[in-house]
Design a protein around this ligand. Structure first.
Ligand code: BES
Ligand code: MN
Ligand code: ZN
Length: 497
């Protein structure tokens, strides 16, 4: 899709002309008044009849039947202007794009509020591109969408036709890079597991590295074994689709003293059948999304490579497929790990923490200022927080505060969870250094406590994205399926360093 900036006026030509408007600005909105005049007073009449008050998420649509160049006008409410921040704007722009898709519109114009600050332009760009997202790769014939949104224009209001500023143009480009990263992550999550094997995931990562000039390294099963990643190897043993360990590096040009270094680690189970402790059939197919953490890490690197922040970023992905097999790992097995600690296997369905343990042990040797992992780790996290909110665990209050502030601006719901020391007891094994599961109650906390055993003395965030990574309902920013949840917050945090 081509996306650009232009001046907004009543005579804008488009299939869909969306106008973002705040509650307290609706009555005095000059553009709405102008459109109303062209439509013979029917727009303000409809606003009154339909009791449209520009409440957040409310919409009012009207066909123009030749009275305006635009075919259809759509008012989108932002709520009170004092609360209409960047996340509200992003969601409203996404709503415009979704409506355009539903209408089979090919040209969309979105009138932003006022003069459009750079942050607003960026958020609207992200919103339009993410709202328009559809996963259609495997649809044929009639099932393919007849029309695609080909062109979106973000409209800047003002009496004269101002040229977009350099800051606005830059914000648009940044928004495109961020949206491309989220789109990539969504595609990876939506891709079926027969296609997206660990090797295929590694190929995508290598492609991202090539495109953006990043350093890359991929270990196959042999290298994983030779380098002592015994837990990743164990989880991958039951599948013919052999595991991979992926390391992408972004190093900013030039030298800076005290430049921050961040490692982002992703759980990359391209399919999680549960292994010998096999999952029940209903919903098992959703476990193609068990590599969503890896999709975040790979997607993020695409954006980092384009945005080029002054922060060193490493992405580490432990990719494997968890399958039952004559060669599969079993409950009762004991394995060493890259860290050296031995682990007694209790339940082969708690495989994510095992592959992450080796990835975290590897990442910590890079001595990052912050180690962060994204993982669809536990069903218990869904029980605790519902499907829309990620469980956020962190061993540092200052980092936690800063990260969660960024997440709010990014519009991603995260809730800080406690690392309850008492539950560590459950990970004690009689025959090895650790068991990998403990008490069923507090399951997402137990998962986090297991991971904590492998981070050394690093500052660390663990995001349990089992809920929001993959949705069976449409969300504010996109359709059902993979969401790319986590990328916006991570990039917000990197920008704040
Ligand atoms: N990938 C699952 C967690 C999951 C569940 C993600 C639902 C998304 C939606 C994970 O590997 C798993 O199976 N966890 C077990 C852990 C348990 C055996 C300690 C779980 O949550 O039941
Ligand atoms: Mn599992
Ligand atoms: Zn899993």
């Amino acid at each position: 899709m081509k996306i650009s900036l232009a001046h907004t006026h009543a005579a804008v030509d488009a299939d869909l002309f969306a106008i973002l408007v705040a509650e307290d600005e609706l009555a005095g909105d000059a553009l709405v008044t102008e459109l109303d005049a062209a439509l013979g007073g029917t727009l303000r009449a409809a606003i009154k009849d339909e009791e449209f008050t520009a409440r957040k998420d409310a919409t009012l649509a009207m066909q123009t039947y030749g009275k305006l160049p635009a075919r259809k006008v759509l008012l989108i409410g932002l709520g009170p202007s004092a609360k209409a921040g960047v996340p509200e704007l992003r969601a409203a722009a996404a709503k415009a794009a979704k409506t355009a898709n539903a209408d089979k519109a090919t040209r969309l114009h979105v009138a932003l509020r006022g003069a459009a600050a750079a942050d607003d332009v960026r958020a609207a760009t992200e919103g339009v591109l993410l709202g328009a997202y559809r996963f259609t790769k495997y649809l044929t014939g009639d099932r393919r969408p007849k029309k695609e949104l080909a062109q979106a224009v973000l409209g800047v209001r003002g009496a004269k036709a101002p040229k977009p500023s350099a800051a606005q143009k830059q914000a648009l480009a940044a928004g495109e890079s961020v949206a491309a990263a989220v789109t990539l992550a969504r595609d990876l999550v939506n891709e079926p597991p027969n296609e997206l094997t660990p090797a295929a995931l590694a190929d995508v990562a290598l492609n991202v590295a090539r495109t953006h000039g990043l350093k890359s390294m991929v270990w196959d099963r042999e290298k994983i074994r030779a380098n002592g990643m015994k837990l990743l190897d164990a989880v991958g043993r039951g599948s013919r689709n052999e595991p991979r360990f992926i390391h992408l590096t972004y190093k900013p040009a030039g030298a800076r003293k005290g430049r921050p270094k961040v490692c982002i680690v992703g759980k990359g189970l391209t399919f999680d059948s549960g292994g010998l402790c096999i999952k029940p059939a209903p919903g098992m197919g959703d476990m193609k999304s068990d590599m969503a953490g890896a999709a975040v890490a790979v997607g993020v690197m695409a954006a980092i490579g384009a945005l080029k922040p002054d922060v060193e970023v490493h992405a580490l992905v432990a990719a494997a497929e968890n399958m039952p097999d004559g060669d599969a790992y079993r409950p009762g097995d004991i394995f060493g790990s890259l860290d050296g600690k031995t682990v007694e296997i209790i339940n082969t369905d708690a495989e994510g923490r095992l592959v992450l343990a080796d990835a975290l042990a590897y990442a910590r040797k890079l001595e990052p200022d912050l180690l962060i992992d994204h993982a669809t780790l536990t069903g218990a996290c869904l029980v605790a927080l519902g499907t829309g909110t990620a469980g956020f665990f962190c061993n540092d209050d200052a980092v936690s505060q800063k990260y969660l502030d960024g997440a709010r601006a990014a519009g991603e719901a995260m809730w800080r969870m406690p690392l309850v020391e008492e539950l560590r007891e459950g990970l004690k094994s009689d025959v090895a250094d650790l068991k990998h599961t403990g008490d069923r109650y507090g399951g997402s906390i137990v998962g986090a406590l297991f991971l904590r055993e492998f981070i050394g003395d690093r500052k660390w965030i663990h995001l349990d994205i089992a809920g929001p990574a993959y949705l069976d309902r449409v969300s504010a920013l996109g359709p059902k399926g993979g969401t790319g949840f986590g990328i916006l917050s991570f990039l917000q945090y990197i920008a704040s360093l």
